[in-house]
Ligand binder design. Structure first.
Ligand code: NAD
Ligand code: UDX
Length: 472
């Protein structure tokens, strides 16, 4: 009986989390009507586009689900009020970026979109609606949401006061494999104290997730677990990136070190791949959030510890820019540099906090001309990401449609995203169309460097000393 109580779900926010998550809910819960509502009309139009290759988000497996579920039990709308008033359960899945001004700027999360959602819910939702935090939020935000839900009704004399249950159900999906993660997560975490609400949300997940993977905690543990998970993952990347620099100095090979270290069961191989620094909308934001929380509670040593993870990440990006400059005789002004990969990782069109942005910025400030190729990132996104550089200097960059076009007449190629098509580039041909000496800088250890070297390139790979590198 209870299983059927949730008939209508609304998700506020049709972004990288809201869209794919609700698509998977719709796939496994055909009897629940799911409406994803967003104030961004362009985004909603793209979700509703007849041509499903125009969806606003690229995720392997997503398009197939949209084709099967859209306008059956999955709807995308700008009419947020209606979607809210219809729902038995509302997920808040809006953006929570780092604050750029005011108290806590640069560290704390900006909760204005969460607050706006809570106010709308208070106004339009039915009483007894279950409100689920899906966005990643600072610890104790659920308290704020509860407060807004109750107190914002005070001015409305006409209505009978409504009550709400608030649950925390953080999302652990990783972009580029969101559908896989949503269909087969390591765990589903539900935080809260309202037994009935917890049971109703659990019942939804039980449609495709085994019971032992659904864990329950109090609200604050749930919120903190999400921040901690991201902090631990990011910490591993900063740790291995710090070791990559030692490898370059000593003649050790970062991939050999990674394999040897990762074979210790207690450590494991995942999240030990050295690279140009972590990007994405979550890691930096969530660690800074943790740092802010520690500072708030006067845990300064703990704050410094986690701040170090972000500092090493920034250091990795800038040291890569510096060494490109060094190898190109200390001057890139008037030189053309090809950037392969602008997304923050492969299999996504997302560029938020992508290391490519910082590295392009450094090279543009040095006067280089940049030619970018990424199979999924559109020109307007790159333009948006690089526009802050154009406020400082006159920039020369272009987006090209292929590796060949981007490489023509360039002095160096910098591989920044591990797209599969970069694994087997025809280096013999690319060498013929570049200026000499031609360089390849591989920050992802993903190219066939022997072939590039044989073709005539000078090859630098992250975490390998140039003089000891087997390609020389
Ligand atoms: P996003 O920016 O892609 O999407 C958020 C959407 O919310 C936007 O389309 C925006 O227009 C909409 N929105 C904002 N305020 C609104 C309102 N009042 N009414 C209706 N729509 C509104 O963000 P995202 O990447 O989906 O992340 C959402 C949350 O999930 C964040 O808290 C993030 O930290 C967390 N998260 C993200 C990931 C990830 O991989 N991207 C993974 C886990 C958790
Ligand atoms: C991350 C978390 O993995 C996910 O659980 C959370 O819900 C959201 O944040 P996401 O940012 O989408 O997911 O991608 P992730 O695979 O974690 O990669 C983040 C960054 O770290 C990327 O720039 C990636 O290239 C980099 N990375 C990842 C490494 O440099 N080395 C690794 O071994 C793994």
């Amino acid at each position: 009986m209870e299983k059927n109580e949730i008939k209508k779900i609304c998700c506020i926010g049709a972004g990288y989390v809201g869209g794919p998550t609700m698509a998977v809910f719709a796939k496994y819960c055909p009897n629940i009507q799911i409406t994803v509502a967003d104030i961004n009309e362009l985004r909603i139009n793209a979700w509703n586009h007849k041509n499903t290759s125009k969806l606003p988000i690229f995720e392997p497996g997503l398009e197939e689900i949209i084709i099967r579920r859209r306008n059956k039990n999955l709807f995308f709308t700008c009419n947020v009020e209606n979607a809210i008033s219809d729902a038995d359960m509302i997920f808040i899945s809006v953006n929570t970026p780092t604050k750029t001004k005011g108290i806590g700027a640069g560290k704390a999360s900006d909760l204005k979109w969460v607050e706006a959602s809570a106010r709308q819910i208070a106004k339009y939702a039915k009483s007894n609606t279950i409100v689920v935090e899906k966005s990643t939020l600072p610890v104790r935000t659920a308290e704020t949401i509860k407060n807004i839900l109750l107190r914002s009704q005070e001015n409305d004399l006409k209505i009978e006061k409504k009550s709400f249950s608030v649950l925390s159900n953080p999302e652990f999906l990783s972009e580029g494999q969101a559908i896989k993660d949503l269909e087969n997560p390591d765990r589903v975490l539900i935080g809260g104290d309202d037994e009935k609400a917890i049971r109703l949300l659990t019942n939804i997940y039980l449609n495709w997730i085994p019971a032992h993977k659904i864990i329950k905690t109090n609200l604050w543990s749930s919120e903190l677990s999400k921040l901690t998970s991201n902090a631990f993952l990011a910490q591993r990347i900063s740790s291995i990136n710090s070791i990559s620099a030692i490898c370059e100095e000593t003649g050790a090979d970062i991939n050999q070190v990674k394999n040897a270290v990762g074979m210790d069961n207690r450590i494991g191989q995942q999240f030990l791949k050295a690279g140009p620094g972590f990007g994405g909308s979550c890691f930096q934001k969530d660690i800074l959030n943790l740092v802010y929380l520690c500072e708030y509670y006067k845990l300064d040593d703990v704050a410094n510890y986690w701040q170090g993870v972000v500092d090493i990440n920034n250091w990795q990006k800038s040291r890569i820019s510096k060494l490109i400059l060094d190898y190109l005789f200390g001057n890139v002004s008037g030189k053309k540099i090809t950037i392969l990969g602008f997304a923050f990782k492969a299999n996504t069109n997302d560029t938020r906090q992508s290391p490519s942005i910082q590295i392009c910025k450094d090279l543009l400030l040095e006067g280089a001309e940049i030619s970018i190729y990424d199979p999924k990132v559109e020109k307007d996104k790159i333009e948006d990401d690089l526009k802050f550089v154009s406020y400082q200097v006159e920039t020369k960059w272009s987006r090209k449609d292929s590796i060949e076009e981007a490489s023509k007449d360039s002095d160096a190629i910098v591989v920044l995203t591990e797209w599969e098509e970069f694994y087997n580039i025809n280096w013999d041909f690319i060498y013929t169309i570049m200026r000499k000496p031609a360089w390849v800088f591989d920050t992802r250890s993903c190219i066939n460097y022997q072939k590039a070297n044989k073709a005539g390139f000078n090859v630098w790979t992250l975490g390998n000393a140039m003089e000891n590198n087997s390609q020389f």
